[in-house]
Structure formats: C-alpha cells, structure tokens
Design a protein around this ligand. Structure first.
Ligand code: GUN
Length: 281
C-alpha cells in the first residue's frame, strides 16, 4: 500500500485564505487583528522563525509588530514590555519567541502574558483550559495536527492514538486534544521500554521527539494515520522528520511529509489564534 499525503501547504493556503477573509471583515468594523512578536537575542533559527511569522501576518492582512532586543535585556525590562503589550489595544496576540537567554525565566515571562492574548497557548491558564475542555488558546503545532486529521475527515472517536513525546509544547497538549476528540490515547516517551508494542496497535501515531527514524515501517499498523512533527537534518543536511518516510509510506494509510506537512500548519494556527483573539476582543 502507498499512503495518501496530507499536504500541510495546501491546507495552510485554504486556512490562511479564510483568515484573510475574516480579518478583512473585522477591519471593516474598525478592528485590525494585531500580533506582537518579541525576540530577545540573536539565535539564528529564532530569527528565521520570527521573520516567517511576521511575513505570514502581512500576507493574511494581520497587523504585526516585531520587537527585537539585545541578548542582555533584563528580565524586568522584558516583563515591562509584556505588560505594555497586554495594555495595547492594537495588539490581540503576544508571542515571545523561545528559547530566551538563560538569565531570563521563560515561564515567568509566559505567565506575564495576558491569557486573552496568549496565542501560543503556553500560559498555565491556556494549559488548564485545554485540560478542562473550556475555551482557551490551543498550542499551534498540535492544533495544526488536529486540523490535518479533520481535513481528511478522520473521526477520532474510539480510535487508538499514540503520541511519541511528552513535551509541554507538543506531546502533552497533543494527547489532551486527541482525548477531547474521544480517542483512546497512549503517551509514550524516552522511558517507554517497547515503543513498537504501542505503535503497532495505533490507528493514529503522532511522532514528536526530534529524532530521526523514531518510527519505522515495522512499527506501523497497515492503514494507520501517521503525523510527523519532527524537524531534523539527515546525513546530507536535508530537512527530515521523526518518521522513516520512505518505509512508513508503504504501510500507512495517510502520512504527513517533512517538509510541507506540520511545519506550515504551525504558523497557520498562530494566525488563526490571533484572528480569534481579535474576534473575541
Ligand atoms: N520557539 C520554537 N517554536 C516556538 C513557538 O511555537 N512559539 C514560541 N514562542 N517560541 C518558539
């Protein structure tokens, strides 16, 4: 069997067109959705990420401000900037790019963001809303994975979903979202002794550990849906995911490629969250 591709670029285009339409409707009522992106220091990967986020905002008709600070910015000064953005009526979403320099307590900064503007979904209030199934912002990467499953009309009710990885940004929120969609969820991680035992029984596998070839063809049930959140480099320096794509695509029913899968969906869901923050304001 050859799996069907879930195309994150195509789905992103559709969703971003919808964001642009809704942003235009809000603008006609005098509200331009606004995102503030805060970058501290000169981490090269972070610089690329924030540039892409700001450009995506512009392309969808959202207002965005990029605030760049030197790596020696004090924690107190950063907290003061976050407070000012909390009070700024032109800003509906605030994103502080991680990682932050070591002298700054990242969790403290995240908790300083107003939950109403927490479009990253990293605040404890957002995490609590996800746990309890109450309204709040969902973290962009796992939210994008859910949208990809919805795009193929996949009904998660009663299905066995296996999440590989337990990070606060992907694995844990992913498991909670799948649970909310009525899947039976298993969370596996570095201390799981026999990963294949779980993945072979899975109807859906989400791989989110940041390590190549974590999931190989022999570990996948025929017809399963495989979502690859990984962003790694292979021996030739080419971008690759956590899944052995060439092998697994011969067994799975559906699979997301890397690049062109979950990656573009992360920024798309940031736009969706920012738009929704503006609609709620
Ligand atoms: N660093 C890498 N990914 C992310 C993200 O999604 N949000 C923030 N704030 N920082 C990141």
């Amino acid at each position: 069997m050859t799996a069907q591709l879930i195309d994150g670029n195509a789905l992103s285009r559709q969703l971003r067109a919808d964001v642009a339409r809704r942003a235009a409707a809000l603008k006609a009522r005098g509200v331009t959705p606004g995102l503030a992106v805060v970058l501290v220091g000169d981490n090269p990967a972070s610089q690329v990420y924030v540039r892409n986020k700001v450009r995506a905002c512009e392309d969808s008709g959202l207002h965005s401000v990029l605030e760049k600070y030197d790596a020696d910015l004090s924690e107190a000064d950063l907290l003061a900037r976050v407070e000012a953005l909390n009070d700024d009526p032109a800003i509906h979403g605030i994103l502080v790019q991680l990682p932050l320099p070591r002298h700054i307590d990242a969790q403290k900064v995240i908790e300083a963001i107003s939950p109403a503007k927490d479009v990253d979904g990293f605040h404890v209030a957002s995490a609590g809303a996800l746990v309890t199934g109450t309204p709040g912002f969902w973290p962009c990467t796992p939210y994008g994975c859910i949208r990809m499953l919805e795009s193929i009309g996949y009904d998660l009710r009663g299905k066995h979903a296996v999440v590989i990885g337990r990070s606060n940004i992907v694995g844990k929120p992913m498991a909670l979202m799948l649970l909310q969609k009525n899947a039976t969820v298993t969370v596996t991680h570095s201390a799981t002794p026999d990963l294949a035992h779980f993945t072979r029984d899975a109807d859906v596998v989400v791989a989110a550990v940041g390590k190549r070839n974590v999931l190989t063809a022999d570990m996948v049930k025929p017809g399963a849906v495989v979502i690859d959140v990984g962003m790694n480099r292979d021996d030739e320096g080419k971008l690759c995911g956590d899944v052995d794509f060439e092998g697994v695509k011969e067994v799975a029913g559906w699979i997301t490629p890397v690049p062109g899968g979950v990656g573009p969906m992360t920024i798309t869901m940031l736009l969706v969250n920012t738009l929704e923050a503006a609609e709620r304001s």
